[in-house]
Write a protein that binds this ligand. Structure first.
Ligand SMILES: *[C@@H]1O[C@H](CO)[C@@H](O)[C@H](O)[C@H]1NC(C)=O
Length: 450
């Protein structure tokens, strides 16, 4: 009578996007030609055929879900090797599988538990300094599975005792994205490391930064420095099994809403690019409510949807793909326009642009409008720095209030078919008076070694 060499139930770990061998071996002198093997996935009460091979007809059958992702080892069948190679693992493949083999009127089943895991990206560390309240340090990492553990460490590699808050979100592919934050005061150890741990794969990824004293700006009242640290070359993969527990779980939930906004903002900000504008002025025809008519110098607002022309300064660099972020200092000015303008090729220069071709946020006599629809944005707060994310991957422009870390408005781009489309940042040009400044989002140099 045939038997199985492996224990009745065993567990294998597969990495998302890669392949795994689901083992099944029948101990028999010779498996006859007429046999069948079927791999079944158990989902709640359902049984899904992962792959089935019938020795009589030599046909293979699969469920749609596993189409093109499985492979038997046909030449090893006779030796009792009924293992299945499952390729391109998804998070939904996690669960229990049975290998059912039948021949000579006997049938045998073996259960395999498939665990899936993913080692996500290197964490990025972001700093935001507060007047008199130390520095907010946040760490962001995406693409992990299952839920990773997050640990803040000091220069000695010890777990930090600052309280941290962590939020995990599920990304479209079922993977986890994590943001964790804590507040550092000037007297603490300024070497900060953020470690993400996948306990299933026993791997970690870590980023470390040394925060210099200059990031504590007590001197100037108005100066708030934001900076982004992109930790480029500091991946630490270790096979040490970390049993440390961080204190974040206790406070999860408290900062939910704020973290949601922040995560989006930090992500946007990690795409910071330097922008310089052409000194020559261009004229843009805006068809948005309430733009003051600069040409006639009239101080009253134009009527709703009345086209107005405004002189603008357009960025030297244009973008045709990817994500790009920049920040504009608008100070306490009551009237300004900024955004993104599209150009198709370079032929129709010098003129005005049709309505379709810009995405703008503008302030008119203190009120904020967006160019899509008659979108009015509440005006109770001050807007001194506006962050703009041009996201050509997802086809949209997002505007943020960069000091309060708030999303102001998101606009779809309606990307055209032409491959020559290029998007340019623009800001308004004020004759003689204040012209908004595109400021650089500084990227400090991360520590070279750990
Ligand atoms: C079955 O065959 C595959 C491919 O040759 C091999 O990797 C595997 O170790 C064999 N045995 C079992 C028990 O899966």
């Amino acid at each position: 009578m045939p038997d199985y060499s492996s224990p009745p139930s065993s567990s294998v770990i597969g990495v998302i996007g890669e392949g795994v061998l689901l083992p099944c071996h029948v101990v028999a002198n010779n498996v006859p030609e007429v046999f069948s093997v079927q791999w079944v996935f158990h989902e709640q009460s359902q049984e899904i055929t992962v792959s089935r091979y019938d020795g009589k007809t030599e046909k293979e059958k699969q469920d749609e879900r596993y189409q093109g992702r499985t492979e038997f080892f046909h030449s090893d069948f006779r030796a009792g090797n009924m293992s299945l190679h499952l390729k391109n693992i998804r998070s939904s493949d996690k669960g229990s599988y049975t290998c059912v083999v039948s021949f000579n009127d006997t049938y045998h089943a073996m259960l395999i538990d498939l665990q899936v895991a993913a080692k996500g990206g290197v964490p990025s560390i972001f700093l935001r300094s507060h007047e008199k309240k130390g520095i907010d340090v946040s760490c962001h990492a995406a693409g992990w599975f299952p839920k990773p553990e997050v640990i803040w460490l000091d220069s000695q590699g010890r777990v930090r005792n600052e309280l941290s808050t962590t939020k995990m979100t599920v990304m479209p592919a079922g993977l986890y994205s994590v943001v964790t934050s804590m507040n550092l005061n000037p007297s603490s150890d300024m070497e900060v490391s953020c470690r993400i741990v996948n306990n299933l794969l026993n791997t970690t990824s870590e980023s470390r930064v040394l925060i210099s004293d200059i990031f504590f700006p007590y001197i100037s009242k108005w100066l708030i420095i934001f900076l982004v640290i992109l930790c480029l070359s500091m991946v630490l993969i270790s096979t040490v099994f970390y049993k440390l527990r961080s204190s974040h779980k206790k406070t999860e939930g408290v900062v939910k809403v704020k973290m949601e906004i922040e995560e989006d903002f930090w992500e946007a900000r990690s795409n910071a690019v330097p922008i310089t504008v052409n000194p020559e002025c261009r004229v843009l025809e805006l068809q948005v409510p309430g733009v003051p008519d600069v040409e006639s110098n009239a101080s009253e607002s134009a009527g709703l949807n009345t086209p107005s022309t405004v002189p603008v300064l357009v960025g030297k660099e244009g973008f045709a793909s990817g994500k790009h972020y920049w920040e504009v200092e608008v100070g306490q000015e009551q009237d300004w326009v900024l955004g993104v303008v599209r150009e198709k090729g370079r032929q129709e220069e010098e003129g005005t642009h049709p309505r379709e071709d810009y995405w703008a946020l503008h302030r008119s006599q203190g009120e904020i409008f967006s160019s899509t629809g008659d979108h009015r944005i509440e005006k109770q707060m001050s807007y001194s720095v506006i962050g703009v994310l041009l996201d050509l991957d997802r086809g949209r422009v997002n505007f943020y209030e960069a000091e309060q870390i708030r999303t102001m408005v998101r606009m779809p781009l309606r990307l055209g078919m032409e491959p020559t489309e290029t998007f340019y940042p623009f800001i308004c040009k004020k004759e003689g008076t204040y012209t908004p400044l595109i400021r650089s989002v500084s990227i400090p140099v991360p520590l070279e070694t750990l």
